[in-house]
Design a protein around this ligand. Structure first.
Ligand SMILES: Cc1cc2nc3c(=O)[nH]c(=O)nc-3n(C[C@H](O)[C@H](O)[C@H](O)COP(=O)(O)OP(=O)(O)OC[C@H]3O[C@@H](n4cnc5c(N)ncnc54)[C@H](O)[C@@H]3O)c2cc1C
Length: 385
């Protein structure tokens, strides 16, 4: 299929595909089994200049956008979405700086991220505040030229591995959601520590940890935008980053489809390859159709965001919702095509099915995506659009 990519985008796709096959595929099982963080593969991403795909050239990036990011994330996720997440979650932690950072903050942090020297992370969720982010309790109290942070963020991707964290904390509890602010906290700041690494169902190569702040003093210069803008920063960041989760889901689904097609040609029952049975062909046909529909929506959303459009919330939520539901369905069917072998860890579709589940949960559950889409529809109708 021709997806209308530029020459440069095709080069990114081919390079990412090659890295996925040559560097990630041989080690994905190791990282899944051990849950170690894939430092060696992240160095490969950096060496191939892929860490700054979506960062402006003046800050050392490649000057691309969401399209370039989703192309790379899809290719890596076809083989291992846990490893791909080191890059995608760094983008999640970088978008607030791109969108709302001051010139000084951009100059200080973006070149480090673009070169792959530093990973980034985004800390919003807390134990009592998941879908309802307005319930966060972490505080940032002004003290002269500093903020003093106290509280704990839960399940933060790249936690402990990243050097740069964008944290949403309450600077004025009395104002409710309008009293939250976004603050950059660097690893190594006194009073900033990490909880234990979580033991997860899937994306096991990804590090998920608590961020713990105990009287952590952060320079006032690390505030992003103005006080009170925390939830605006968070929501705008998620609008940009959800196509990255969708690309991860798309890659998982496409990878599982490829595996299922190959297996169905090799496995023989009743004297014939199982791909000769219409029951199996119909499953593969449905899987392929869903993957293609997800791909079209993901690329369309990425292009719309890169066009500079402002009303990106609905399409961003739609692509995340559709691609992640597709990933769950397609990986479940891929296991079915493999039969009992699909249930065994020796075959990659078992891991893909475990990896798919998280894409329906993080960066807003799919129930929340449906709410975002539904509210947009009602708003559009009310404004006569
Ligand atoms: C592996 C992993 C990595 C993560 N990485 C990050 C990260 O890097 N940064 C970060 O800030 N967070 C991160 N998260 C947190 C993630 O975004 C949250 O888990 C997610 O937003 C859901 O919150 P919750 O788990 O508290 O579920 P809850 O909000 O408790 O939801 C439980 C159930 O209720 C449903 N529900 C809740 N409210 C509604 C509603 N209004 N209408 C309908 N249904 C509703 C949900 O859809 C869900 O099915 C991560 C989580 C995991 C598991």
């Amino acid at each position: 299929m021709d997806y209308g990519f530029t020459e440069e985008q095709l080069m990114i796709r081919d390079l990412a595909r090659q890295i996925a096959q040559e560097k990630i595929k041989p080690v994905r099982q190791h990282y899944d089994e051990t849950g170690e963080f894939p430092h060696d593969i992240f160095k490969v991403f950096a060496g191939a200049d892929l860490c700054g795909l979506y960062i402006e050239e003046q800050y050392g990036g490649m000057g691309g956008g969401i399209v370039e990011l989703v192309i790379a994330v899809e290719e890596f996720s076809k083989v291992c979405s846990g490893i791909a997440l080191s890059l995608a979650a760094t983008a999640l932690g970088t978008f607030p700086i791109i969108l709302h950072g001051s010139d000084e903050q951009k100059k200080k942090y973006l070149p480090r991220i673009a070169s792959g020297q530093s990973l980034a992370a985004f800390g919003l969720t807390e134990a009592e505040a998941g879908s309802d982010a307005s319930g966060i309790k972490t505080t940032a109290v002004k003290d002269g030229d500093h903020y003093i942070l106290n509280g704990t963020k839960q399940w933060i991707t790249n936690g402990g591995e990243a050097d740069i964290y964008v944290v949403i904390a309450m600077t004025d509890k009395k104002k409710g959601p309008r009293g939250a602010s976004a603050i950059i906290v660097e690893k190594g700041t006194p009073g900033f520590t990490f909880g234990k690494k979580e033991n997860k169902m899937g994306i096991r190569a990804s590090a998920t940890r608590e961020l713990v702040f105990q009287d952590c003093r952060v320079p006032k210069a690390n505030l992003m935008g103005r006080e009170g803008m925390g939830f605006i920063v968070a929501m705008k960041t998620l609008d940009q980053s959800r196509p990255g989760v969708a690309a991860q889901a798309l890659g998982i689904a496409a990878g599982a489809l490829e595996e299922a097609v190959q297996y169905s040609r090799q496995r023989r029952q009743f004297g014939s390859p199982i791909c000769s049975f219409q029951g199996v062909q119909f499953m593969l046909a449905d899987m392929a159709t869903q993957v293609e529909a997800a791909r079209t929506l993901v690329y369309q959303a990425a292009r719309y965001i890169d066009s500079g459009a402002k009303d990106i919330g609905k399409i961003s939520a739609m692509c995340k919702l559709f691609a992640s539901d597709t990933a769950m369905r397609v990986t479940t069917d891929a296991v079915q095509v493999f039969g009992g072998y699909g249930y065994m860890k020796e075959y990659p579709v078992e891991k893909m099915m475990r990896d798919a589940k998280i894409t329906q949960i993080y960066e807003g559950t799919n129930q929340i995506q449906r709410e975002v889409i539904g509210l947009s529809l009602i708003k559009e109708a009310a404004s006569g659009k």
